[in-house]
Design a binder for this molecule. Structure first.
Ligand code: GLC
Length: 565
């Protein structure tokens, strides 16, 4: 029988279906493509696959704008394809987690079509009249640009959209909306889906009274009100209701809530304590260390390793002491490739990918790998405006252009941080289009696919990034202290080396990761024991306690005896 908290040990693999594997030649990935690759995922060592949305959608925001929660978008196939995929996944011991996008719908959803004409579902969305000056009800900006409010001339009111104008927010205050969401969840769980990743779930309750946000900097216009659009007072109540009405009847279901703006583990705790109402959250604090505060991701800020330790280390230490649990992710469909972002995707690409793999897989939490991360995929070298597909990037570029800003720099920022970087097709082989499609891919293939692809890395006589990931996942399975054990940082002040121990009653590990491009000398404060895995082919013999770490070197040691630090 499955342990009730099986999800703590799970390795989850996120699939971005449109870029995973195309079987029809239309240039877009599909469900049958996923089915064909399930053995690959099983062999890699994952237990759960999470699919970004495959529902009916006008695809303005790549499926995060759903027009029917109970239908599959024809680009991805049919409901029968979904059933076949899920059956096959279950047969080989994989679980299937779906994306639940219920903060908002598409404006093409029949609920909104009815609401916008003043029908019986009007109160399923959020409407307000003009303010005293005859303008928008407040100064909140939408995440994808412009105001959060859109005027409806028939109803003489604005509706609220935290994201794009085509993504109206559902009114969670209305019990009928909540019941409809519970129905959608039961529909999928009853069909055999094993749980949900819940899109921007801390956005379902906003600050009561919808107050204006402080206006700081016109540059950050579209961030105005961020604080008021997330973490409203009823998030926990709604999720507890979700638990009472739905999740408690599916005790093995997997749940992770996306929660931008949850700043600390203390704040997250009421949502995840001992797995209720959710098992874990995706917070964003480590993803924000390279953003200027209060601005968008396109505004770069240099960062220090201690800032990263401040976030991840503190989340892990607090959760452990208080019954919380972390999700471990470094990439997803909204973030660039991590080796390009935090390390070196040129000269030290192999070392960077493996060091970050050690760092990622030895944290305390449930592990999420994003498609392509396991082969060391990197950001494409450059983007032209015509190659962009993501509305956030396109709107950012157009805003810069409209203000006579530097559009070359805009493309540079997009190459650094934009969402299309991780949405390029999965690189299966050195064949045309990386073996992703026989047609024209919907988004360009990364120029490096002939060298960096699954087939080459499987065939390589060296330890490729893919083989390294496989060993790491095997080690993680065989050494539960690395998953559930206590986490403790060492040498916290160090700006080049991120080091920590993991331990339970019987096992102790030491992880040492250099984030430096230079060689670093590091004095190890503990007896470091035996090397379980390292990312350089041969380890130097080091007899004293000073380690010489090569660029982006990562090491995982097994400590023979318990030591008190
Ligand atoms: C989440 C999704 C992102 C989407 C947004 C609006 O952050 O991950 O892709 O654009 O929500 O649904």
């Amino acid at each position: 029988m499955e342990a009730p908290d099986w999800w703590r040990d799970a390795v989850v693999y996120q699939i971005y279906p449109v870029s995973f594997k195309d079987t029809t030649g239309n240039g877009k990935g599909d469900l049958n493509g996923i089915t064909s690759k399930l053995p690959y995922l099983k062999d890699l060592g994952v237990e759960v696959v999470w699919l970004s949305p495959v529902y009916a959608s006008p695809m303005v925001d790549m499926g995060y704008d759903i027009s029917n929660y109970r239908e599959i978008h024809p680009d991805f196939g049919t409901m029968e394809d979904w059933e076949r995929m899920t059956k096959e996944a279950h047969r080989i011991g994989l679980k299937v987690v779906m994306d639940l996008v219920v903060n908002h719908t598409s404006d093409q959803h029949e609920w909104f079509q009815d609401a916008k004409d003043g029908g019986s579902k009007k109160d399923w969305y959020i409407w307000r009249g003009k303010n005293k000056e005859g303008k928008e009800p407040n100064n909140w900006g939408a995440i994808f640009g412009g105001s959060c409010w859109e005027w409806n001339d028939k109803l003489k009111e604005y509706y609220l959209h935290v994201f794009d104008v085509s993504q109206p927010d559902l009114n969670w205050e209305n019990p009928a909306v909540r019941d409809a969401v519970w129905d959608v969840m039961r529909f999928w769980l009853d069909k055999g889906c094993d749980g949900f990743r819940m899109d921007v779930i801390n956005c379902i309750s906003k600050t009561p009274g919808f107050p204006d946000a402080p206006v700081a900097d016109p540059q950050s216009m579209y961030q105005y009100g961020l604080i008021h659009r997330f973490n409203g007072p009823k998030v926990a109540d709604y999720l507890l209701e979700m638990h009472d009405k739905v999740l408690q009847y599916y005790p093995n279901a997997f749940t992770v809530g996306e929660a931008p703006g949850v700043k600390s583990a203390e704040q997250a705790l009421p949502l995840v304590q001992n797995g209720v109402p959710l098992q874990m959250l995706f917070h964003f604090e480590h993803m924000y260390i390279d953003h200027q505060p209060g601005k968008t991701c396109f505004n770069y800020k240099p960062w220090k390793l201690t800032e990263l330790k401040d976030v991840l280390g503190k989340f892990m230490e607090f959760n452990e002491a208080n019954g919380g649990w972390d999700s471990l992710y470094l990439e997803n469909h909204d973030q660039p490739r991590i080796i390009s972002r935090w390390a070196n995707d040129g000269k030290y690409r192999d070392a960077s990918a493996k060091m970050l793999a050690i760092f990622h897989a030895t944290g305390r939490g449930t592990l999420f790998i994003y498609q392509g991360q396991e082969i060391g995929m990197a950001n494409p070298a450059a983007w032209t405006f015509d190659e962009l597909r993501d509305l956030e990037e396109i709107q950012y570029y157009k805003a810069i252009e409209a203000s006579n800003g530097d559009t070359k720099d805009a493309l540079k920022q997009i190459q650094r941080i934009g969402r299309d970087n991780s949405r390029t097709p999965m690189q299966w082989s050195a064949d045309t289009n990386a073996g992703f499609t026989s047609g024209t891919p919907w988004i360009k293939v990364n120029q490096d696919y002939e060298e960096w692809n699954v087939e080459a890395e499987q065939a390589s006589s060296d330890i490729s990034v893919l083989k390294f990931w496989k060993s790491l996942l095997t080690i993680r399975k065989d050494h539960n202290g690395l998953v559930r054990g206590a986490f403790q940082m060492i040498d916290y002040e160090n700006q080049s080396v991120y080091a920590y121990t993991r331990r339970n009653a019987t096992e102790q590990y030491l992880v040492v990761c250099s984030f430096s491009e230079e060689e670093v000398k590091w004095v190890c404060p503990v007896n470091r024991g035996n090397l379980l895995l390292g990312n350089y082919p041969s380890q130097e013999i080091e007899e004293d306690d000073t380690l010489t770490l090569r660029p982006y070197e990562g090491r995982l040691y097994y400590l023979p005896a318990m030591q008190h630090l």
